[in-house]
Write a protein that binds this ligand. Structure first.
Ligand code: GLU
Length: 467
């Protein structure tokens, strides 16, 4: 058997794909790639009440979007935990036969009553020596040995657990179905997993799982528990409170490369002065030993800033192709769209957007018959004393000036100087007249793209509205 490491990613298909899961997957993928190992995808689909095939497909699509390519020779799976139930049960019976597990018929209420009586928290091992042989209403519990369990973790270091803080935990429920702790270990054994890299929330499970590995006569994997992701208030990211679904970022126009690069820096940083580095560099450099174990702040502003850098690094063709899905729900009638005009505008907006979903609002003024007017912007700019004058005089110039952005700019500059104003001020009413907004792509280039007739029509319309 080859000694190449076998990593795995074992998500449960119970909801949108969480950015934390994405980071875990990427850590495993980067490590598998560098070490010549394997990345096993196992869908932990045993919670029938919460699973759905749609979430499973969501996982596969999200991984593909992140570049974790299921056709890559180092990718294996997906396996489905639900298909291994017989193996999980067989392992449980083996543990019983070896004396590492025992049956127990206490109900939750009975356990609680005993706990009140004895003053000890949780289950007290009541059935350890009662010799039950299984049957309806009985659960199978692991017989936690005395002593301590030492978990060697590549991120956390050596973590010691005193076994008397760990109750005899359940392996099989009273309906015979295996618990997560058991199924997860048995699958890792079956899939010859050598390295478990997963979220820190599973660290408390690890001593129990290590006991199962030991009792089944196997060498436990190399563990690594990666730090939790927290929000601005330093609270653990939560589905209810925070934007955690990878799908949502994808829809908003975050680029996969930017997301991948950003996720990898949550708890880790490449050497050197920039964190923005190509994937291959990450693969070469990433080490779990360098992962920080304090919680990592999932900073959306920083993600956006990464994305802006990635957007600017795209070629124009890539940018235009990347924009295409975001133009589908744009507000203009399809027949007014012109891809050549869009290409001219793309050049102007590429440097100004952070996410691709901002693009339609930057260019819609060209493809709409009339621009969408931001009324606040209108009030602020069209009420100024010089607004009507600058619009009128500029319309005169536009009627006959040379048609290029330099000439268009020079004309406004001349007017601005003659009136002792600043270009920033005099541009504002013109921009609102043309685009409906105070922000957007460079003004004179935009006017050039829009064309003389349409520019004049919009200037006149604004004059009429003010007048
Ligand atoms: N199915 C578990 C989860 O999604 C995976 C636990 C593990 O990685 O071992 O949290």
């Amino acid at each position: 058997m080859s000694d190449a490491p076998r990593y795995r990613f074992a998500p449960s298909p119970t909801g949108f794909f969480h950015v934390g899961g994405a980071r875990t997957a990427l850590y495993n993928w980067a490590l598998a790639l560098r070490t010549g190992g394997t990345f096993v995808l196992r869908i932990e689909d045993t919670d029938e009440s919460r699973n759905s095939p749609e979430w499973t497909q969501g996982i596969i699509d999200a991984l593909a979007w992140l570049g974790i390519d299921s056709s890559h020779p180092q990718f294996e799976g997906p396996y489905f935990q639900s298909q291994n139930a017989a193996l999980h049960v067989a392992a449980a019976h083996k543990l019983f036969e070896q004396g590492n597990a025992y049956w127990c018929d206490l109900t939750a209420d009975q356990i609680q009553a005993r706990s009140k009586e004895t003053g000890k928290q949780g289950y007290d091992g009541y059935s350890r020596d009662r010799g039950l042989t299984g049957g309806p209403g009985q659960v199978l519990r692991f017989r936690v040995p005395a002593g301590q369990t030492i978990v060697q973790d590549l991120v956390r270091g050596q973590v010691e657990f005193s076994n008397d803080t760990i109750e005899d935990f359940v392996l099989l429920r009273s309906n015979g179905s295996p618990m997560f702790l058991l199924a997860n270990v048995v699958d890792d054994i079956e899939m010859k997993v050598s390295n478990v890299v997963r979220a820190e929330e599973h660290l408390p499970n690890t001593p129990k799982q290590q006991m199962i590995w030991d009792a089944l006569g196997r060498t436990p994997p190399i563990w690594a528990h990666v730090p939790v992701l927290v929000n601005e208030q330093r609270k653990k990211l939560s589905k209810r409170r925070d934007k955690v679904a990878l799908e949502q970022y994808r829809e908003e126009g975050i680029l996969p490369d930017a997301m991948v690069n950003y996720l990898m820096t949550l708890g880790w940083a490449p050497a050197g002065d920039t964190e923005i580095v190509p994937w291959q560099h990450i693969v070469d450099e990433f080490r779990l030993e360098d992962v920080n174990h304090s919680p990592a702040f999932f900073d959306i502003k920083k993600l956006n800033s990464f994305n802006g850098d990635y957007v600017r690094a795209m070629s124009l063709d890539e940018f235009i192709a990347g924009c295409a899905p975001h133009l589908e729900n744009a507000p203009w009638p399809a027949e007014r769209f012109n891809s050549e005009v869009f290409a001219q505008l793309a050049l102007l907006v590429q440097t100004r957007v952070v996410t691709l979903s901002e693009v339609p609002a930057m260019v819609d003024f060209v493809f709409l018959e009339n621009p969408i007017v931001d009324e606040d912007a209108w009030m602020k700019t069209m009420g100024s004393d010089f607004a009507i004058n600058v619009l009128r005089d500029y319309a005169d110039v536009v009627t006959s000036c040379e048609w290029n952005h330099d000439a268009l700019k020079a004309a406004l500059e001349a007017w601005t100087d003659a009136n002792g104003l600043k270009l920033g001020k005099t541009q504002a009413p013109i921009r609102v007249a043309i685009t409906g907004r105070t922000v957007g792509p460079p003004l004179f280039e935009s006017i050039e793209v829009l064309g003389r007739d349409e520019t004049l029509r919009r200037l006149q319309a604004a004059i009429t509205r003010i007048g």
